[in-house]
Ligand binder design. Structure first.
Ligand SMILES: O=P(O)(O)OC[C@H](O)CO
Length: 517
């Protein structure tokens, strides 16, 4: 390393792009690089990405970020990655045998790999902290092995490697087959309390232990860089975090009581909890990170469609997503959009919920629909925050990050809908920043006190309106959610059948998850 002030490089490998940032000792982002990433949808419900393209994208993002910079000043590297997505590769050749099956992929809904776990759903949930859902890695692992190693012979012989994106990048960097514990906690194969693979879960999904990576704490040890020009080989990777976990870390959400919401295609609401006690059925229990030997647990609720709803409606109306906020009327005039495009995630976890628009009249205009689409984001996030509040106690402020938070209409709506102070992070790329913060901490670029003091600029939105109006609006939303979750009765036999059933979840009744509403 040169004598000049050290810099930390962070790579955020996400679903739609790979970003790299360079962070100085004050915590300021001094350079960026970004490379878009393709998704392919070869069959209905299938979503794949190319593992080699992901690796190439990381290299290009790093090169773009370091362009014109002194690469020898990079003292440490942090990785933040999309989670749950999974691929299979050959250990000896390092060649991917499969594409990366995205977390968005629903191919395992109704597949034997997932259905054989249904009778053990309660055990799976208790041990892994996660409800059965095609989003998580375990059913993807079973699906991949059923195709590429049906008798599991090559898996048991140690010839194959299953891995999430962090595993893949670490393998490409240093040849070791590892997974960071927070990412492992999202596979549904980990005992979330012991932070170790669980034999009952691996048996349920028929995934031999030999094909799984070694679970490593969030500060490593990880391999150093190799082949990531213009970096010299040997720069240490000193932090790996799941992207949602990394955003919570960047918000300084290290203690119970701080709740963050990351807005993107979907949204993740997450908060650290004091212990790994059982959580309510609407939320997931996960490992936020493991530093200094101790795991920190968090509860998380994933909303499937937030930014995606805006993109969808903008497309339908022939507008750009940014125009939708300008188009939005001051009121939806009773129109409610329930964006259950692929069922509903937290806190409902209902595969069979259908997307709907309710409250249409002959007076409904595009502006009312635009308003209702934005409101659906605020309502869904609030449903999860209310569930988190039941686990952690009063939540008076909500820390927000992600692209859609740049929309002031949405942020004001969130504050008014939630009745909580919303504080939006002004820094871009919070997931990358969180990985940089932890990597710099591990490497001694800053100590804990200096990390706490780093500037975290925010913009605040105080809640407006009164409690009665808030409760009435939420009740109206929940009525529409109940309609979206309504199943046809046998008397509706002249109607087309409900779409293919995924996994029957035990879902909470609206009345039990509305909480304060
Ligand atoms: O790639 P993102 O930022 O949409 O995040 C994906 C999540 O990690 C999926 O759980």
């Amino acid at each position: 390393m040169s004598a000049a002030e050290p810099l930390v490089l962070a790579i955020d490998q996400g679903t739609s792009a790979t970003k790299a940032i360079l962070v100085d000792r004050r915590g300021d982002i001094v350079a960026h690089g970004s490379v878009p990433l393709e998704l392919s949808t070869p069959a209905p419900g299938w979503v794949e990405q190319s593992a080699e393209e992901i690796w190439a994208g990381c290299a290009r993002a790093v090169a773009a970020c370091l362009d014109g910079r002194d690469a020898s000043r990079v003292a440490a590297i942090g990785l933040s990655t999309q989670r749950e997505s999974l691929l299979l590769w050959d250990r000896a050749t390092g060649e991917p045998l499969s594409p990366l099956i995205s977390w968005l992929d629903k191919r395992t809904a109704g597949d034997p790999a997932l259905l054989r776990a249904v009778p053990r759903a309660e055990l799976v949930r208790e041990v892994s902290g996660l409800p059965l859902d095609p989003m998580f890695s375990a059913p993807k692992a079973a699906w991949l092995l059923d195709r590429y190693d049906p008798d599991r012979r090559r898996s048991r012989a140690g010839e194959l490697c299953l891995g999430t994106v962090d595993s893949w990048l670490l393998f490409k960097l240093g040849g070791a087959h590892l997974i960071e514990v927070g990412n492992a906690a999202r596979t549904q194969l980990l005992d979330v309390r012991r932070c170790a693979w669980d034999r009952r879960l691996t048996q349920i999904f028929d995934v031999p232990l030999e094909v799984l990576p070694q679970v490593v704490p969030s500060q490593g040890p990880f391999p150093s860089t190799r082949g990531l020009a213009p970096l010299a080989d040997g720069v240490p990777v000193t932090a790996v975090l799941g992207d949602s976990h990394a955003a919570l870390f960047a918000h300084a959400g290290w203690t119970p009581g701080t709740v963050k919401a990351t807005y993107g295609t979907g949204s993740s609401v997450m908060a650290v909890v004091p212990s790994a006690a059982r959580v309510s059925s609407g939320l997931c229990l996960t490992v936020a990170w493991q530093t200094g030997g101790n795991p920190t647990w968090a509860v998380e609720g994933n909303v499937r469609s937030t930014g995606a709803t805006v993109n969808w409606l903008a497309g339908v109306l022939g507008r750009g997503p940014a125009e939708l906020a300008e188009l939005a009327a001051d009121s939806s005039e009773g129109v409610v959009v329930v964006p259950a495009f692929g069922g509903l995630g937290a806190p409902w976890w209902d595969e069979n919920a259908v997307g709907l628009i309710s409250g249409l009249t002959l007076g409904t205009r595009a502006g009312h629909l635009a308003r209702a689409a934005l409101e659906s984001i605020a309502f869904q996030v609030e449903d999860v925050v209310a569930a988190v509040e039941r686990e952690t106690g009063p939540v008076t402020r909500l820390l927000a990050d992600g692209g859609p938070t740049g929309n002031p209409v949405l942020m004001r709506l969130q504050a008014d809908t939630s009745g909580r102070l919303v504080e939006r992070a002004l820094a871009r790329d919070l997931s990358a920043l969180g990985a940089a913060h932890l990597a710099g901490l591990t490497r001694g670029v800053w100590d804990r006190a200096a990390l706490e003091r780093l500037d975290r600029p925010r913009e605040s939105y105080a809640p407006g309106g009164d409690e009665t109006t808030r409760a009435r609006r939420l009740a109206h939303w929940h009525t529409a959610v109940r309609r979206a979750r309504l199943q046809p009765t046998s008397g509706d036999s002249d109607l087309p059948p409900a779409r293919a059933v995924g996994v029957p979840h035990r879902t909470p009744e609206p009345s039990t998850v509305q909480g304060a509403s």
